[in-house]
Design a protein around this ligand. Structure first.
Ligand SMILES: Cc1cc2nc3c(=O)[nH]c(=O)nc-3n(C[C@H](O)[C@H](O)[C@H](O)COP(=O)(O)OP(=O)(O)OC[C@H]3O[C@@H](n4cnc5c(N)ncnc54)[C@H](O)[C@@H]3O)c2cc1C
Length: 251
């Protein structure tokens, strides 16, 4: 669909070039299917970040046998992330030592029209769109991932993905802020995960999507998405004396 409000399209991933009326353009599967930017209104310029040259997936080794952490570029395509789950030695370690990667296939399959949009749409675009049924929001929140955000004043800030989402098509991204990448802690990838999803129709959008992660022998972190306006993170424990869970901090 044409975005009829647009006067100019630039290849640009520099927030210092951003001006009112601009929208970042990644895969374009939201911008060109709605014909507008559902997060901030009709854009007059599109700043195309797909030429930024960011490496889609980067592993960061950690000392003393701890699982490597993973950096996912905002411009990483869904198909590139999906392929990671099938690598025998991701980050140079045996695949079996990173069971958290088991969450990738079902999360990617949770897109409506899954593989049709996998090669175009990006992880960052999914998070920035902030739809309740955004499966990359579910996955990254379930991993306790942190978003690295470039700001128009040239600085950088970091925030948990679960706290970046406010509600449908609403985030805590300020004007001109650009998501650069997502940092996934190695410890989360080394923990045993669980994934459960229901939909109202066989191939429909997620109605509820739950990701569990065993954080110790007696405790579990549960992330609820799709059925809520924003991710809800709960810590549950079988320890005697434990009384309540943790809800994602909201300011
Ligand atoms: C057939 C079909 C089925 C779909 N099914 C689903 C679904 O089940 N669940 C779902 O959540 N979505 C779905 N979508 C919507 C969309 O495909 C995804 O949300 C996708 O991941 C968006 O990524 P994109 O790169 O195409 O975003 P774009 O369209 O390029 O951008 C979307 C928004 O994100 C902003 N943005 C993009 N990248 C960044 C960045 N790095 N930093 C800051 N802002 C940024 C843009 O300015 C824009 O506001 C579907 C779309 C289609 C066409």
């Amino acid at each position: 669909m044409d975005v009829t409000s647009v006067d100019d399209v630039l290849m640009c991933a520099d927030p210092q070039q951003w001006r009112p009326g601009d929208s970042w353009l990644a895969g374009g599967t939201v911008l060109f299917s709605y014909g507008t930017d559902i997060t901030r209104g009709a854009p007059t310029r599109l700043l195309d970040i797909t030429g930024a040259g960011w490496t889609p997936l980067t592993w960061h080794p950690r000392p003393s046998g701890r699982a490597p952490s993973l950096e996912i570029a905002a411009t990483c395509r869904i198909a590139e992330l999906r392929a990671l789950a099938d690598e025998p030695f991701p980050g140079g370690v045996p695949r079996a030592t990173l069971p958290g990667l088991d969450l990738i296939p079902p999360a990617c399959d949770s897109f409506v029209a899954s593989w049709k949009i996998w090669n175009v749409s990006t992880v960052g675009g999914n998070v920035a769109t902030a739809l309740p049924a955004g499966p990359m929001i579910s996955l990254l929140s379930g991993w306790d991932a942190t978003a690295v955000i470039f700001r128009p004043d040239g600085t950088e800030r970091r925030t948990p993905v679960a706290e970046l989402i406010v509600g449908p098509a609403r985030t805590r991204l300020a004007d001109g802020e650009l998501i650069r990448s997502f940092l996934v802690p190695g410890d989360a990838l080394a923990q045993t995960p669980a994934f459960r999803r229901i939909s109202l129709t066989e191939r429909g959008r997620s109605a509820a999507l739950l990701i569990g992660r065993r954080t110790s022998a007696t405790s579990l972190r549960l992330t609820v998405t799709a059925s809520a306006f924003h991710p809800i993170v709960l810590d549950l424990s079988a320890d005697p004396g434990w009384r309540r869970g943790r809800r994602t901090r909201r300011s």
